[in-house]
Ligand binder design. Structure first.
Ligand code: ATP
Ligand code: MG
Length: 257
């Protein structure tokens, strides 16, 4: 864990008078798993939207491997190696689990001009699809239609499709949202396994603290648009300001209940 893969400087986004992201400075190290946490409205999703090119920043810069990608559209950002998990409706429900991964791989190979010969590449795609399905524990479901598998498995398929684009940075947006505790534990294990391959850098936004503390190498706590603290899990757990930020959230919930 050494070289910076992402260098984010004074990144800002405002909507009218609301400063959703108000000065994020962050260096993401190659191959680390960085969790982004914070109360509702802290700016996590907006930060993701800036990174993936869905929104143009109001100010600041994003360097990917030293290259300025600030304000580039999503397809360019994705081609440069930042891929995010999309909503379930991006999965082709009439295709099998395996076909969904193969479609994503085919798109990648066409785009990278490695698509010389269909027959030989087809074999290569099948092997790659196999490897990805195995990594996400979806191999047994390979021949089922994507529309018929469980919610948890659909979310895993979403991640499989992201991995098929050969990203260097994977943005996971609440990967365990809506899952049962059992599915959540499965996802935690899979993310562990994926990060131990040393192929990916993960950014994960997540509300489930069990997930955060078991997968993250570092944690960025966002509060009102900027980082309250960026550090290793233990350091973050002990931080009094973090406790107050979360306690604040709990008090608000109690008041509105
Ligand atoms: N498209 C938008 N237009 C106007 N305001 C927005 C927009 N998107 C986000 N905001 C505002 O920016 C602030 C940050 O929102 P954001 O969705 O990034 O928070 P979050 O940390 O993802 O919250 P949550 O944990 O609830 O998902 C909020 O005040 C929100 O109302
Ligand atoms: Mg959000």
């Amino acid at each position: 864990m050494s070289k910076p893969i992402l260098e984010i400087k004074n990144l800002r986004k405002s909507f009218g008078g609301v400063n959703a992201v108000s000065g994020v400075n962050l260096t993401v190290k190659e191959k680390e798993t960085l969790a982004i946490i914070g109360p509702n409205g802290a700016g996590k999703t907006t930060f993701y939207n800036l990174l993936s090119g869905r929104m143009v920043p109001s100010g600041g810069s994003i360097l990917l491997n030293g290259q300025d990608i600030t304000g580039l559209p999503p397809h360019k950002v994705s081609r440069m190696g930042i891929s995010r998990s999309f909503q379930i409706n991006n999965i082709f429900t009439d295709f099998t689990v395996r076909e969904n991964v193969e479609v994503a791989l085919t798109a990648l190979h066409k785009q990278s001009r490695r698509w010389y010969n269909f027959a030989s590449n087809n074999r290569q795609i099948q092997e790659e699809a196999e490897k990805i399905l195995e990594r996400l524990a979806l191999k047994d479901l390979a021949h089922q239609r994507a529309g018929t598998i469980s919610y948890g498995d659909k979310r895993l398929l979403e991640i499989a499709v992201v991995l098929a684009t050969a990203p260097s940075i994977v943005l996971l947006d609440e990967p365990t949202a809506g899952m049962t505790p059992e599915e959540t534990r499965k996802v935690i294990n899979l993310i562990h396994n994926l990060s131990s391959t040393g192929e990916y850098t993960f950014l994960i936004t997540e509300h489930d603290m069990e997930v955060v503390f078991s997968v993250a190498d570092r944690i960025m706590v966002m509060h009102r648009g900027s980082p309250l603290v960026i550090g290793e899990p233990e350091e973050v757990r002990q931080n009094p300001e973090v406790r107050v930020a979360y306690l604040g959230e709990e008090l608000e919930e109690e008041q509105s209940a």
